[in-house]
Write a protein of this length. Sequence first.
Length: 423
Amino acid sequence: MSRDLITNLIPRMYRIKQTINNPTVKNVEEEIEKQMKKILPLIKSGNKIGIAAGSRGIYNYKNMIKKVVEIVKAVGAKPYIIPAMGSHGGATAEGQIKILENYGISEEKIGAPIKATMETVNLGITPEGATVYFDKYAASLDGVILINRVKSHTDFRSNVESGILKQIAVGLGKQKGASEIHRYGIYGLQKLISSAAKISIDKAPILGGIAILENAEGTTAKIAVMPKDKILEQEPKLLKEAKTLLPLLPCFPLDVLVIQEMGKNISGVGMDPNITGRYLIRGESDDQSKAIYRIVCLDLTEESHHNATGVGIADVISDRLLKKIDFEATYTNVVTSGFLERGFLPVVGKNDTSAINIALSCCNKYISKENARMALIKNTLEINELLISQRIFNEIKSLDAIEVIGEETLNFDHEGNLNFPFK
């Protein structure tokens, strides 16, 4: 079937907002300053202190890092920003600096130089037999403070997933550390992150970590500063708490989920499987409680620097997303992870209209404008406000947690691309 001959099945859409009670830290700088007292006695005047910064889009991340820089300077120490992002940025120091700059993290804006290297030192062997790598420059400093969000991982389930420990083992492990852990597959992620991080905590100049929890709106829910001897004990508890704050789509099952944008700043795999239920890891089951038959993705965020890791999670993408993909950067990340399926290329619609209609027409059942169960979201980080089809709207419009904003027409330009409803 030609992409030009597909019937227009796009249904009437309604904008709704989920009303959720979200815990919030109103002033992150004040909270960090108050809690940094747990680490400050370990820092002496003249010390060189690394502040590890990752590649995720964390709310107020730049301001948090800047505050830590100011606190370190105030005691007479010298702060340096250390990229802690494994193989991201095309596994180059220049690429990792670029990612940080895209978040507003630069020497000019933060007040501390960025020291980026892909070189590592070998700190030992885990009980499981994996080599532990650690950023060579960071290993030479007097102290390292990690700053990262604690959340559910996109690949696996364990008592430790994404957070400070992963930033130590994988982020500061650089490409070698990331590859070493990922080559063991899911077992490596479930077991080796903690094992490798423990060795790094014991042998590297780690002072502690600043854990960030985010609420369903993607803003800061909690900050927890942990001295290094408390990280292994406290992070699993923070992960349990973070999982209670996860946002959820209110409208399963879905025939089609349209995602306005994917990207590395949104999720490690572009589209968070904790939202979509689709992990795309061979041998691992998807989350059947999140029933979505087809996923469409229309664009790639600028902050991704053309890295489209996770694009294979979608069934259909638009041509405009395809044109933004740097396959070298994407494949570097995908091959390092070992989950090749996430780099597979979906069916490509010549424009957004085509991509959405391809998905609607391939749902393994009869679809009409009246019965289509379709939702459209900005990305998997921001789902408090979304567009839903008339069929779903009729089912959930009276729920207490739903605020109805009104019917909304999807506007497409002369090339058939959607004028994005979420800014």
